[in-house]
Design a binder for this molecule. Structure first.
Ligand code: PLP
Length: 225
């Protein structure tokens, strides 16, 4: 499938003007496709599967900033800890502790986002408000030196109902603002990762600072998930 360069150039220009960071989601797509956007200047790429990310990172230029946006299993953290730029989907204290441990081994500090459950769908991973609060309190009590929690990530319901999507993004933005307002020494928030191909415009209107877009650039994916 051909890469839609026009979509990329146009969306990238709009996002730059709005001060929103673009993560190009390249999961299931070959390295040749990634290189097309790389050659247009794109450096932030997002992947969902650990093995695929590791393989691609070996084959592609090392100034690419790799974002892990999928559901991360604790036992796979060590595979991406040496190079990952930002882990978007942290949804437990256990996972955060593992990332902290592996970051330390690699003499790195790894940036993470806490994934919040904002969609009404059952299938989406993420923390509810109470679980989020517990993790943040825990971090305040016993700071982890080798991870930096720098914001939140969320996915809205997959629906045509734009009002519903807007409301879900709005909820996430409110949570983000709430914790931004009470920044302790261990919180240095600056990223609100929300918005994908189908809903990124609404996400930006609701205050997103980072969007994750795949199919608008790379075309539809085979139904792997
Ligand atoms: C696949 C994926 C995206 C990109 O989805 P598109 O609809 O192709 O833009 C964004 N975020 C996450 C977490 C994803 O899994």
């Amino acid at each position: 499938m051909a890469i839609n360069k026009d979509n990329y150039l146009q969306i990238n220009a709009t996002l730059q003007k709005a001060g929103v960071t673009l993560v190009a989601v390249s999961k299931t797509k070959p390295v040749e496709d990634i290189l097309v956007l790389y050659n247009l200047g794109q450096r932030d790429f997002g992947e969902n599967y650990v093995q695929e990310l590791v393989e691609k990172s070996r084959e592609l230029p090392n100034d690419i900033r790799w974002h892990f946006i999928g559901h991360l299993q604790t036992n796979k953290v060590k595979l991406i800890a040496p190079f990952v730029q930002l882990i978007h989907g942290v949804d437990s204290l256990k996972l955060l502790k593992e990332i902290n441990k592996e970051a330390g081994k690699n003499k790195r500090v790894i940036d993470c986002l806490l994934q919040c459950h904002i969609a009404q769908e059952e299938t989406k991973f993420g923390l509810d408000g109470e679980e989020l609060n517990t993790i943040i309190e825990e971090l305040d009590k016993s700071p982890m030196l080798d991870v930096r929690v720098i914001g939140l990530m969320g996915m809205a319901s997959f629906t045509e109902d734009k009002k519903k999507v807007r409301k879900e993004f709005h909820t996430l933005k409110e949570l983000y603002e709430k914790y931004l307002a009470q920044q302790g020494s261990n919180l240095k928030w600056r990223i609100l990762s929300m918005g994908m191909s189908g809903d990124y415009q609404i996400a930006i209107e609701e205050g997103s600072t980072m969007v994750r877009i795949g199919s608008l650039f790379f075309g539809e994916r085979a139904r792997k998930q």
